[in-house]
Design a protein around this ligand. Sequence first.
Ligand SMILES: NC(=O)c1ccc[n+]([C@@H]2O[C@H](COP(=O)([O-])OP(=O)(O)OC[C@H]3O[C@@H](n4cnc5c(N)ncnc54)[C@H](O)[C@@H]3O)[C@@H](O)[C@H]2O)c1
Ligand SMILES: O=c1ccn([C@@H]2O[C@H](COP(=O)(O)OP(=O)(O)O[C@H]3OC[C@@H](O)[C@H](O)[C@H]3O)[C@@H](O)[C@H]2O)c(=O)[nH]1
Length: 342
Amino acid sequence: MAATSEKQNSTKPPPSPSPLRNSKFSQSNMRILISGGAGFIGSHLVDKLMENEKNEVVVADNYFTGSKENLKKWIGHPRFELIRHDVTEPLLIEVDRIYHLACPASPIFYKYNPVKTIKTNVIGTLNMLGLAKRVGARILLTSTSEVYGDPLIHPQPESYWGNVNPIGVRSCYDEGKRVAETLMFDYHRQHGIEIRIARIFNTYGPRMNIDDGRVVSNFIAQALRGESLTVQKPGTQTRSFCYVSDMVDGLIRLMEGEDTGPINIGNPGEFTMVELAETVKELINPSIEIKMVENTPDDPRQRKPDISKAKEVLGWEPKVKLREGLPLMEEDFRLRLNVPRN
Ligand SMILES: NC(=O)c1ccc[n+]([C@@H]2O[C@H](COP(=O)([O-])OP(=O)(O)OC[C@H]3O[C@@H](n4cnc5c(N)ncnc54)[C@H](O)[C@@H]3O)[C@@H](O)[C@H]2O)c1
Ligand SMILES: O=c1ccn([C@@H]2O[C@H](COP(=O)(O)OP(=O)(O)O[C@H]3OC[C@@H](O)[C@H](O)[C@H]3O)[C@@H](O)[C@H]2O)c(=O)[nH]1
């Protein structure tokens, strides 16, 4: 059964697939593009989609925060293609599904070149939607909990419109993703494009960049290097951390389900940053210190997803608890930082 949001908003049937898609060279049942597929979540999504022998996976990435290293086991595989491509430029290929992830996600990287972050979210999403329109592909956008800004409602349901500073240092990302969501719905209403929107909450796991700047990777790297854990003040701000395998499962269910979204995908377990630091200390290196450092502007004070919709519509909820996921990430960081267990 089609979801309510789809019924209300769809004015035209979706366009037909490109005839090139059914050419004699096409052997797979599903050709899937992942923009940003060389990044953290994208590369885990590639691994999962490649498990299905009927899928052919194409990754387009400019390697700003991602790397070929994350995809090395697939390079040369007959069902896999990797393209160095910046989504702010058009891309002409024939695909059935588009997972549009391309965008720096860590605040230090999205703030590094804010104008480029906006271009990636706006022009990049327009280009991906243009591609979806030309070939009749279904497209999923990885939006973010940051569309809720510094939320005044807690936990955050999808119906909450958010509390975002439009001119702050995080706005390039928050407002960029909000425009990307708007573009998705306008292409859906105006051109009948099949869309899916995931609002992702903080996700962690193996393959995060060691110096990515996000809190879980920072704390694990600091604990393994024997450095103090840097809790940004006041330390009472909260986040909800989802392990990457749960995230990938949720994204695939959303793509293959009937609801356009937006749907929150995240783990509702909520922790203050002091609690997170204490947990990392206890699990990884009890001898390190926790130090309070200055924060950055507009840091959201609380964040926790209401996942009722994901449970109901996708039959999805996260399985991996923080205390189970942190050791899995620790193993990966130990290998990459060359810090063997004593
Ligand atoms: N990880 C999280 O906690 C989180 C939370 C909310 C939303 N998201 C969203 O999920 C997606 C993936 O996040 P991630 O954590 O894997 O981040 P990531 O930085 O590891 O991955 C992003 C990928 O996009 C690529 N990229 C960036 N700009 C590009 C451009 N202009 N053209 C082509 N490629 C480009 C990067 O090189 C990288 O491979 C992003 O859209 C992000 O906004 C992530
Ligand atoms: O070393 C650190 C880093 C960060 N922090 C704190 O940890 C909290 C989380 O910060 P992160 O940088 O990991 O990420 P944020 O929650 O701010 O944004 C994140 O969530 C939504 C996604 O869309 C973004 O892509 C993602 O980066 C913040 O309160 C920050 O102040 C620390 O206490 N110490």
